[in-house]
Ligand binder design. Structure first.
Ligand SMILES: *Cc1c(COP(=O)(O)O)cnc(C)c1O
Length: 464
């Protein structure tokens, strides 16, 4: 399987190169040259597979430059740290299904992709005798999941910048209590945007980037999407066994990453298995507006909400869907993205019908988010985190009588205590594995939002 760029100006490369490249050299996003599809017989044979076995089967369809035995070991290592034997268990809650994606080490769904990505990086670097310094900025979830993905790994150092005092206390502790010698937490005196701008500037210094083999961990890496395809198929098989041939999924969305994995799963499985993907946004609703109106248009600034991991105005994975919407015409994608950079808009109204065959969308307000947490708790004695609540609310509104909906639960409620407190009048305890977080040793460097000082720090502590 070769990988190509949505913008068509990067020669086809293998999976391992695609993982190391992250963003394509021409500025586009990497995708498989052609999408594999599985038939009914194959799907039948997958029906009872444990998560890790199913993951291996699916990854094998997209990866042909890692021997199967090695891939098997990578998958095994990535998911054995999960606290639930099924990795992503599916529960019946009222008349919905909820797939819990928060049983990884940092209690958010990003672990599923970043555990695998960390192991892939280590494997590929060991093979080539090379090294990498990962640099990233985070407002919370991504940073901790990335740190847990690469802690203690050979050939990798990781530098994560977070805005000092502006993440939730638990999120900060999840990062700073990882004290392995290859992990460097930097609390920047400034905002998330300051931290992000510094990282961008460092990546823009190509000499520095090449010298220190800088690597990124953001959601545009193809391996992250691929890891997420697995749980769509896994949960489909679970619900299929109860008699449903066809399901909808409801996905709380920010960067269009998780839901794009659902789109790939829909294309992978036989026609009709996955009917529609319900795209749920918070008040930052660029994607919901796109599905409803056909125009992809930024709407001013980002509004802070109870579901901060979806407070996004420009969805970094959208270009991948655009590529399929444009019937794989990369020249047209280049034109669209250039127009978007200029005007903040891409006119896709002509595709509205097709988009609405794949997606239904709902933007969920702050009040609805809190009310949904309270309602589901009162009625079903089940506690949602605010991101999951956005998806559950959309599912309640858009569910059809013909088929079940599987809602993706993207974080453990204990991670977002303030919203939960507002909904039910108390916070929830952290799961046992994190109960002693405040007592653990922690390590963090507080620094000014000064790109030169931070580069100096990377020079001093980075691998080279
Ligand atoms: C990152 C994140 C999301 C959004 O995922 P995308 O792939 O950006 O759509 C939703 N919920 C939680 C808890 C997250 O951390």
């Amino acid at each position: 399987m070769k990988y190509i760029s949505t913008r068509g100006e990067t020669p086809p490369i293998g999976f391992k190169d695609a993982v190391m490249m992250g963003l394509a050299r021409d500025g586009g996003l990497l995708l498989p040259e052609s999408l594999p599809a599985v038939d009914r017989n194959t799907l039948n044979s997958w029906r009872n597979l444990p998560y890790q076995y199913l993951a291996l089967e699916i990854l094998t369809l997209f990866i042909d430059d890692i021997p199967r035995l090695d891939l098997d070991a990578l998958v095994e290592r990535s998911y054995r740290q999960f606290s639930h034997p099924q990795v992503t268990p599916v529960r019946r809650v009222g008349d919905l299904y909820i797939m819990e994606l928060f049983h990884g080490p940092t209690l958010a769904f990003k672990d599923i992709a970043l555990q695998l990505l960390g192991n892939l990086f280590e494997y590929i670097l060991t093979d080539s005798g090379s090294f990498m310094n990962i640099i990233g900025a985070t407002s919370g979830d991504t940073g901790s999941a990335a740190i847990y993905g690469v802690r203690g790994k050979k050939g990798i150092n990781i530098f994560i910048l977070h805005p000092e005092g502006r993440t939730s206390p638990i999120q900060a502790l999840q990062m700073t209590t990882v004290v392995e010698p290859n992990v460097f937490n930097i609390a920047v005196r400034g905002t998330f945007d300051d931290a992000q701008a510094i990282v961008k500037e460092i990546f823009g210094d190509l000499e520095f980037k090449d010298r220190y083999h800088l690597g990124a961990i953001n959601s545009i890496n193809w391996a992250r999407v691929l890891a997420q395809v697995v749980y769509y198929v896994y949960s489909y098989c679970k619900v299929w066994k109860t008699g449903a041939e066809s399901v909808d999924f409801s996905v709380p969305t920010g960067n269009f990453g998780d839901i794009f994995a659902g789109f790939i799963a829909k294309r992978l499985l036989p026609e009709g298995c996955i009917n529609r993907l319900i795209l749920a946004t918070n008040e930052n609703d660029i994607l919901a507006r796109f599905v409803r109106e056909g125009e992809y248009a930024t709407g001013g600034g980002v509004t802070p909400t109870f579901s901060p991991s979806m407070d996004i105005q420009i969805a970094s994975n959208f270009e991948r869907y655009l590529y399929y919407l444009r019937d794989e015409n990369s020249e047209q994608v280049r034109r669209d993205m250039a127009a978007f950079a200029r005007t903040g808009t891409i006119d896709l109204v002509q595709f509205k019908q097709r988009v609405q065959q794949d997606f239904a969308a709902r933007s969920v307000s702050e009040a609805e988010t809190i009310a949904t947490i309270a309602e589901v708790h009162a009625r079903e004695n089940y506690l949602l985190d605010p991101h999951t609540a956005v998806g559950v609310k959309a599912a309640m509104e858009l569910k059809s009588d013909e088929r079940p909906v599987i809602c993706l639960a993207t974080a453990h409620p204990a991670k977002f205590g303030a919203a939960v407190q507002k909904a039910i009048g108390r916070e929830v305890d952290l799961p046992p594995a994190l109960a002693d977080l405040t007592e653990r040793e922690s390590r963090c460097q507080v620094m000014d939002a000064d790109v030169d000082k931070i580069k100096e720090y990377v020079r001093l502590h980075g691998l080279s």
